[in-house]
Every structure is written in C-alpha cells, then in structure tokens.
Design a protein. Sequence first.
Length: 290
Amino acid sequence: MTLWHILKNMKAKSFGIEFMHGFKRGDVTGLAAQLAYYFLLSLFPFLIFLLTLGAFFIEPAEALNLLEHFVPAEAMDSVRENLLAVLEGRSGGLLSIGILATIWSASNAINAVIKTLNEAYGVEECRGFVKTRILSIFLTFGVVFAFIVALVFPVFGKMLGNAAFSYLGLSDEFLTIWSVLRWLISFFLIATVVSILYYMAPCKKLKYSEIWYGSLVATFLWQIVSLGFAFYVDHFGNYSQTYGSIGAIIVLMLWFYLTGIVLLSGGVLNATFHKYKIDFAKKRGLLKAE
C-alpha cells in the first residue's frame, strides 16, 4: 500500500483534524519548549567541543563564520563573543567537558522527542530507563554528526570541488553543478538522520516507507523557518533595543523553539499518515479491526 493510495482516498479536512489531534496529544508546543531549553544548554558545550576539535584544522573565528548560515545574525554576535572568550583560555580538559555536557543535555532533548512520538502514535514507552537513555545518547551522536557535516560540508565541499576542478581540468559548469549538489547532500544527510530519529524514537515497529515524508517535510520546513526567522530578526525584530543584553538569548530560544516545533511536527505527520494507512487497510479488509 503506497502513500499515493492513501492520499487519493483521504480528505484534507479530516487529515488536518487528525494531525491537530496528534499535535495536541503529543503536547508539541510544550515539549518544543523543553527542546529549546535543552538545545540552549547543549549549544555552548557543543560549540566549545566542536571549535576546540576543529582548531586542529581551521581557526575558531573561521569556524564560527560557518554558523552564520543557520543562526540569526543578532544571536550570532552573542554566540561569537562568548565562545571566543572561552576558547582563549582553552585547555585539554575543555574538550572532555564539552563532550559530556553536550551528550547529557542533548540526550534530554531526544527524550522529549521520544515522549512526543510515543504520544502521537498512541503507545506507551515499552523500554526501560537505561535502554531509553542509551537510545537517546545514540541518537544524540547521530544528530550531532549530521549537524557537523551540514555545517562543514558546504565549505569543505567547495574546497573539494575547486581541487577537482583544477586537477581534472573540468569546465566551469562543474563548479555550478557542484555548488548545488553540496547543499543538496547536506539537506539529504539531515533528512536521513531525522528519518532515523523518527524510526527509532517511538516504541513502535515502523517501516522506513512510513517515515521518509515527515523527514523531508521537517528538514525543508526547518530551513525555511530558519531563513524566515533570520530575515524577520534582521529587518523587523529589534530584540536588543527591547530586551537589552538578553535580546540575543531570546532570539536563540525562539529559534530553538521553532526548530523544536518543526522537528516534532514531522513526527506527528508520520503518525497521522500511519493512522490513515491502518484505517485504509481495515476498510479494504486487508487488516482485521481491533
């Protein structure tokens, strides 16, 4: 049974109502606030770890410039200032502290995702505390890896493209095509990791064909929301004038909150499609009614 068959036989209004039921049942807005809190807690340890590790390859100031593609400009100024101040006195233990703090805080965020997806699918958590925590840490590594690659690949991908261009004597069209491909690779890498998150987080056996559309929608919407929010902050949101020195933190929290809503909504979208698939199968006599 394909997604196309389900889409042909469902009504947009009823689907929207069911999606909103899942949205409320999963407490998406409340748990998105939890995600924002844990994202903020893990942000600076993660960036300290990333920049300390990356200092072996590139300068911290150059690495920070990569974040400008994702973080709103007003918040980026505060992030850059605080991180550079910390990194000036970096030591060998800074890397270890950054790793531990990032894993613990980010795994708490993944726990919030697990809770939401279980609610969206209407299932109870069937795994023990230890197993759930190990799963959260495993998924945290996946999310962190995807973020690092998505952050670094557009820049190092450009270097690789230029090297191939010079060494192989390729045409200028190659550079144009490659500039598009390296962003697409980052997009699909993030979508793949989000798919793994949607697949493994709920305590329910799912097929990959049931979660890819939510992953693509969430990844696409996250990039749109990030660009739109950055544009709003740069042109209309005078947070620094209104809130003073904490304006940048408020911008970060709002961005994390929107990120959390998008991430959780993608999972709810998958759960809604899953329910429609089950209902469709029952109507066709392909599945016994419970």
